[in-house]
Design a protein around this ligand. Sequence first.
Ligand SMILES: C[S@@+](CC[C@H](N)C(=O)[O-])C[C@H]1O[C@@H](n2cnc3c(N)ncnc32)[C@H](O)[C@@H]1O
Length: 254
Amino acid sequence: MLRSYFKYRIKAKGAQSIHSPFLFKLYNEVVKFKGNSVSRKCEIDIKSALKSDVLIDASGFGAGSRKKNKPRKVSSIAKLSGSSARWGRFLFAMSEHFGGDTIVELGTNLGIGTSYLSRGNQGSTVHTFEGNVALHNFSSNYFKENQMTNVKSHLGSIQETLPVVLNEQNQVDLVYIDADHTYNATVHFFETLKPHLKNSSVIIFDDIHWSKGMEAAWAKIVKDEAVTLSVDLFFKGIVFFDQGLTKEHFILKH
Ligand SMILES: C[S@@+](CC[C@H](N)C(=O)[O-])C[C@H]1O[C@@H](n2cnc3c(N)ncnc32)[C@H](O)[C@@H]1O
């Protein structure tokens, strides 16, 4: 990962080298979004809720999850698996710009990313998926206590629950794939989502350089003929399907 990071740092470009108006707007208004009063309130609420010493067994699902994990404090799960404030602001801005009617988040965990997606666009419904019962219960309570009525939580293996929800929703606007960081699962999630994408849909992938498998999955997705514009921010990748955009790949500083 370190080697990939050095390569990224050498190649990554800033605003001055962006010529496409669409990408320039994306870079300035989303990638470089510094937050507003709503995202800051979201940040404060999350910080105070996740200081908790409550113990949760967060194991069972995804790459890196150890089967015999001991229960851990909510505060330590938040540090290890939850979105940071910096990436939370990015999710908030993505939701604001591209959320449309339906947002899908694969991997709820404690609900940090979900909160930013939910608060970024009150007009969207955020469908969030989690396989671990304790995390599902914790996050569902958090959404309820914080009046995030636009969140719908789905419990179970994503491989089983996602197709059911997609058949009900038909089309999705914004997707955040942040579960099971393996080649097979990432490509499988992408293929499952594909028939439900429209011209304006956008997918964010987490941890695209986390492992060789994730880098291979990202390279395959970028090449997919349905994808037009793709953006590598190292810790996250974004793909667009808008046929009005030229097929191009950008590596941008975050
Ligand atoms: C990195 S965390 C998600 C963090 C969250 N999106 C955020 O931004 O705060 C990944 C979560 O996905 C869940 N997960 C991984 N693979 C899964 C699967 N196949 N089905 C259901 N849940 C899964 C894990 O239990 C874990 O809680």
